[in-house]
Design a binder for this molecule. Structure first.
Ligand code: ASP
Length: 323
């Protein structure tokens, strides 16, 4: 008798879950961004959230959970209900945090369901408008001469700006004073205000300020020049060929989010990446959507693993870590 009740109860739960999946999404979705509002990850998130919302017929709300280089937001998503109503836009930091942090409350691979890659964004090395160096060569000499007197803004250990700064310092064998923020949105405000000297950040944050002459740009940390910033030399052209880093963004859900839900989200992401408004804004900001075959769960899963394998030995060798 008891067994019959349990079986009936299980069948009811299963049919409720199937019903919820078939009707998904029936309410607003929250997209967690692990950095402060107004920064480059936030900008990418807001663009795709709006477009995905149109496809899914629900609002996708962006919530900023900044701090500790993106790991606070990631930890929050790892603990969220796996029902498709919490998703997560992060960047390269998802692959560097496991090597940088001695303790993480989540596993970068096992605590998430990948949805798809979103975009690869070039980085630019920039400074406050009145920073003394006129080109990258002068910047390196100035930094070497002034060392810890020079302040470098970043978004905390594990952020892209942290990674870029770490690679720069190791390339020129000099330590700067780093100033951590909850995201490079607020860091940019301080750079514009002259409270901090230099920063390396995505073109999605720097382009308009470079074009408006509000900050100085020295190099793009890419192999080729960035089409929307054609006057800025690459690191190779500026004499530091080994100093290259680009920031990729990926979209995730918490582990165990049902596959039909993940697939629906991946479909909406792929549609967003073809949306002319998104494509145009991305182009204005010096980036472009990934090809459709990369905006898939499988592609992000494979890429994330390869990025963890790529960055772990580099970070271990640099001896950088956080608790
Ligand atoms: N660009 C930042 C970073 O350095 C994060 C952000 O605010 O989007 O990781």
């Amino acid at each position: 008798m008891k067994i019959r009740y349990i079986a009936a109860g299980l069948a009811l739960v299963a049919s409720a879950a199937a019903h919820a999946q078939a009707n998904y999404p029936s309410k607003n979705i929250t997209m967690i961004v692990p950095f402060a509002a107004g920064g480059p990850t936030d900008t990418v998130a807001r663009l795709i959230a709006q477009s995905m919302g149109k496809t899914l017929n629900q609002t996708v709300i962006v919530e900023n959970v900044g701090g500790a280089g993106g790991t606070i937001g990631a930890a929050r998503v790892a603990k969220a209900d796996p029902d498709g109503y919490t998703i997560f836009l992060h960047h390269i930091g998802q692959s560097t945090a496991p090597a940088l942090y001695r303790k993480l409350s989540y596993n970068a691979i096992d605590s998430f369901e990948p949805i798809g890659l979103v975009t690869d964004v070039p980085m630019t090395f920039v400074a406050r408008k009145d920073f003394p160096a006129k080109d990258f060569k002068e910047l390196i000499s100035y930094v070497k001469a002034n060392k810890a007197k020079v302040t470098y803004a970043n978004a905390g250990v594990g952020s892209a700006s942290h990674l870029c700064g770490m690679l720069f310092m190791s390339a020129i064998e000099t330590e700067l004073t780093t100033v951590p923020y909850k995201g490079t949105g607020p860091a940019m405000n301080d750079l514009l205000g002259g409270q901090v000297d230099i920063m390396c950040d995505q073109t999605t944050n720097t382009t308009s300020h470079i074009k408006g002459g509000k900050i100085k740009a020295y190099v793009a940390t890419t192999k080729n020049r960035v089409p929307s910033l054609p006057d800025i030399p690459t690191t190779t052209e500026a004499g530091l060929p080994n100093f290259q880093v680009a920031v990729w963004h990926g979209l995730y859900a918490p582990k165990s989010t049902p596959k039909p839900v993940v697939d629906k989200l991946a479909g909406a992401l792929q549609t967003a990446l073809k949306d002319p408004t998104v494509k145009q804004r991305f182009a204005d900001l010096g980036t472009e959507p990934v090809a459709e075959n990369r905006a898939t769960p499988e592609a992000l899963r494979t890429f994330l693993k390869s990025e963890i394998d790529k960055w772990t030995p580099i970070i271990k060798k640099a001896g950088v870590y956080a608790d």
